[in-house]
Design a protein. Sequence first.
Lengths: 122, 244
Amino acid sequence: MSVFAGRPLAGHNRISTQALTSLARAAAAEALGVPPQDVRADWTDDGGLLALSLVTPIAVPSLTTVLREPARVAGFGGPIWDRAVAAKAQILRRVTELSGAQLSRVDIRISGASVSDGGRVR
Amino acid sequence: MSHAAERHHRGAAPHDAAPHEAAPQEAAPQEAAPLETGAGPIAAPDSGPDLRPGGARMERVLARETSSSRASAAIIAAILVIGLCGYALLETAVRAVGQPPWLIDPQTAADRVTALPAGVAPLLLGVTGAVVFAAGLFFFLNAVLPGRRARHVLADPRAAVVVDDEVIASALARRARLAANVTQEQVMVVVSRRQVLVNVRPTSGVPLREADVQAAVEAELRAMAPSPMPEVRVNLAASGVIGA
């Protein structure tokens, strides 16, 4: 069996759906400041590319803290909407760079808020 | 997964009549040593020179291997004609010696035929017509269609090599799979006489270039050099497989 010059070795690498899902959960957890097991990730095919849809809670400061020092909102990264929008690009970049697969879109649905006052998030 | 398209695959056509026939190669061409035809009784002194590639006998052997036999249809047709003629002979002879007819008098039969729509139930007439039509179509198509088997001839300096299309398809599918870097299930190859259709379903997130697959399959096909040479068409599925 002749092998093309540009192709060093024949063989096939496969990244399973499960691995992709775990990766997406970890990336989303990292971007939104929640534990990975709270994130639900789902893959669909989008014209040959991968489309990721996430259902995840998001970490927010408690309202009393916000009332006491409004700067905490900015410390978390701004309003939830802005953070979700920013997270999309971040998750897309992270998953693409780690898995090597090309993502076409990341849909995020915020399903809840997990209040965290301890530890400065980013 | 791969399979070869079956074209004009007629019944179980026996191909036992060729005394100097090369056994059809059922193995992948790049792995199996070609079966020799130049050895043993085939290399009898009287038939020596013709069995070389390009020789008349070799051509004949290859033709027998790549097309299906019409012998069974011919035998059926011959038996039918012989039976009909024998019966007509019997009836005419019986009439000539002045005996009562066995089943039907030829004169009466001719009269009945000329008066045909009358005297027979329309349903029976229609059924008979349909049966005769089907039989006629069977014999006609058997005679007219080329009756090729799903096989290709590979060029070989010493032996006659005949390969089933399934085998070619399997080899090409393997090559396409390596070129596209996908799993076995994502490639389907259909080989027919003049065309190779490669269906590839890419992995989601890993875009494929059709030209790569096409080039790889064509290179493999060129190395194989089946005759007649089919042209390659690659079909990339629009949607991919997730996590494959």
